[in-house]
Design a protein around this ligand. Structure first.
Ligand SMILES: [Zn+2]
Length: 322
């Protein structure tokens, strides 16, 4: 998608490094605050651009994405918003796939010679190795990357590519050269982990079946698509996959992700369930995945303690500097 905000792009008459003119669409909405939020109610009028992206995400099985921004130089990964259960007392908000997200952000940043240095925009923020957790940088509500990860089963990171918010056209070849290796390497990461189809005893592919890795449960469980396909981005290692068909016991199967992916493909593993499934018995939509805040009821982690004054001040500082 060349631009999610063509109104804003056209509204800018003169490129400007600092002034945020053009951030909003012509209805004065910031589209990166316009998505449903899993952590708090996002009571904004949904814009046509946002609704179109949400529809598009349903039509394809997107697995990996990135959204490209200007105004900083960093690869930022979910969550952007959070609750104590995701670690906000420690000024961060961590997903169950934090190892994968840190790896993805690092894959990008480490190949951009300026981004990887971490402090090139001369702001007060220093990003070690050019990556940051979104919430640690500054919390925000209604962003696209949290939406994609929670509701679209698509791992997304945010790439801030230039200190200047709206660089001049002549700088495009310069930015292309800085980011080409990173972009190509990032695209290749869609082949991380494991993928395959889920079948019942009769060989029917099963749509809308929950396929999750044990100990990294998504708040809105990831499900097979209409072809019965699943995709799980995972780093090399040994995992237990839990396949749950409503009305049946969970089916567990082990998978070992090798160190090197082969032939530019994730490990392929079809899962054959040892029972028959009545296809019309599987609910099409997931009742736990309504567009209302999902995380609000979660108890905070047992090891969570009261934040020190220092951490509190750091959070306040982050909110004010951004
Ligand atoms: Zn941004």
């Amino acid at each position: 998608m060349p631009s999610m905000n063509p109104d804003g792009f056209e509204a800018v008459v003169k490129p400007d490094c600092f002034y945020s003119n053009g951030r909003e669409n012509s209805n004065y909405y910031d589209l990166n605050r316009n998505f449903p939020d899993a952590f708090e109610l996002n009571n904004v009028s949904r814009q046509p651009e946002t609704a179109a992206v949400m529809e598009w995400l349903k039509t394809e099985t997107f697995v990996l994405s990135a959204n490209l921004h200007g105004g900083a130089l960093v690869a930022s990964y979910p969550f952007d918003n959070g609750v104590p259960a995701t670690g906000t007392l420690y000024s961060r908000s961590i997903t169950p796939d934090d190892d994968v997200f840190q790896y993805l952000a690092h894959t990008y940043a480490s190949r951009n010679p300026t981004m990887k240095k971490g402090d090139q925009c001369k702001t007060k923020m220093n990003f070690p190795n050019g990556i940051t957790n979104g919430y640690s940088w500054y919390p925000l509500k209604g962003g696209m990357q949290d939406y994609n990860y929670i509701w679209a089963q698509c791992f997304e990171i945010t790439l801030e590519l230039s200190c200047c918010k709206y660089p001049h056209e002549e700088k495009l070849p310069f930015f292309w050269n800085k980011n080409k290796a990173s972009l190509i390497e990032y695209i290749k990461q869609v082949h991380l982990g494991v993928k395959g189809q889920v079948f019942d005893q009769n060989g029917n592919p099963l749509p809308n079946v929950i396929v999750e890795v044990q100990n990294r449960k998504h708040i809105c469980p990831y499900r097979t698509n209409k072809f019965g396909e699943y995709y799980l981005l995972l780093l090399p290692g040994s995992y237990i996959i839990n396949v749950t068909v409503p009305g049946h016991d969970p089916y567990l199967t082990n998978v070992v992700i090798p160190e090197k992916s082969q032939n530019f493909s994730a490990l392929k593993k079809d899962i054959l369930l040892p029972f028959r499934v009545q296809l019309d018995s599987i609910p099409v939509s997931n009742p736990s995945c309504s567009k209302i805040p999902l995380y609000s009821d979660l108890p905070s982690q047992s090891e969570a303690t009261k934040p020190s004054l220092f951490l509190f001040l750091v959070t306040v500082f982050h909110i004010f500097v951004k």
